[in-house]
Design a protein around this ligand. Sequence first.
Ligand SMILES: Cc1ncc(COP(=O)(O)O)c(C=O)c1O
Length: 466
Amino acid sequence: MSLTLPAPTPGGLAADTTDTGAAAMDLAAFAGHAARRLRTDDTELYDLLTREADRQRDTLMMVAASSVADPSVLACGGTALGNLTAEGFPGARYHAGCDIADDIERLAIERAKSAFGAQAAIVQPHSGSSANLSVLTALMEPGDTLLGLDLDCGGHLTHGSPASLTGRYFNAVGYRVTDDGLLDYEQVRELARAHRPKVIVCGASAYPRTIDFSRFREIADEVGAYLLADISHIAGLVAAGLHPSPIDHAHAVTTSTYKQLYGPRGGLILLGREANAPGPHRGTLAATLRRSVFPATQGTPDLTSVAAKARALGFVAGPSFAALAQRLADDARAIAERLQQHGMRLVTGGTDTHMVLVDLRGTHLTGDVAEAALESCGIVVNRNRVPGDTTPVRVTSGLRIGTNSLAARGMGPDQAAACADLLARVMAATSVAPDGAAVLDPTVRTAVRAEVAELCARYPLPGYRY
Ligand SMILES: Cc1ncc(COP(=O)(O)O)c(C=O)c1O
């Protein structure tokens, strides 16, 4: 039996498959319906999800690697787009039915390019870590040398830590910060000359100061290395022009999307002036990195995440993002100054970003104890190693504090300083039990919890009241 296809319409055959004449689905009603189904059909899970939403609403989230996405960003995750399997890239998929997904992914790509002044953007990485893996495996062979910032100096696991594939498959050499906690560009140069790395990674998980990407590029050029700039923590400041951009200095730029871009779980790879330069094998650098995401290190993309990235990047380009980015930097400075007034020592003595790193060495506290005491009051931070730290990663001698969520709540420097006062109050009232547990004066806990609740109510998560 032969099949007769209708003549193509001006919109093309694929367009016909969605043009059924039925009314468009009401996605807002669908989201409510979906949540009600969850509530009736799976109360155990529904309760857990509700508790998490309440926890976020009622706590001061000051984990530097976190932020709060607008509900419209989260809404993308609850759409039928998640049902679609779409291996490949827009216009070159391995499955039918992807025309709309192509448009969504193209929208995300265009918004990413315009947010960062990039020539090319890859929006499929499932995370910042997978973006880094894709770039590193595209540019290096197993055993090649990688030069990245040591973990205890603020580098990320994927910058060559032995705990990550990047430290096991590559010959990872680490550079360190100075005694003041600052990047030591001369040391990077010396190590680069001595070890001739294929890739130099700059960017950090725990570094509160401006990074000079052009100096890193000079060093990379001197030794013929590729430069990867991982801006996961500072992507919002970069997009807002409040931190110098690496886009035309690095061969590739990576970022997570859920931190300072206020987006979904996921990552981006961005390329500037080198996008169309030849890659290490065949094709351009951009084509090489695209192949290294799919099929080399990932399978099908999570298109709901791609859609959510498009939505978040729309905010980044929007009229209020610059003010948000300015606020988060101002808030961090206010916290740094206030903590120093309380006698705390900060790595590098301050901050240029959203991040403040407290060095607890010489105090009665370790990072784990301070973190636990603060959490019991509704203040969420994370213990973090500081340069030269000899304590185990689960203990640490530092605290990392970030302002992405405070700024999103609309808190300015005065409120950020008030948060720093709360931190200092809790830490001063905390002691350590013989088993290492945090012991906090209960009257302080009660008083601070009340102040946290009051601040959270006065500065609600944006868009979470409905
Ligand atoms: C500098 C840096 N790169 C990459 C990552 C990893 O991001 P993801 O959690 O999306 O894998 C992080 C995580 O915090 C980071 O700090």
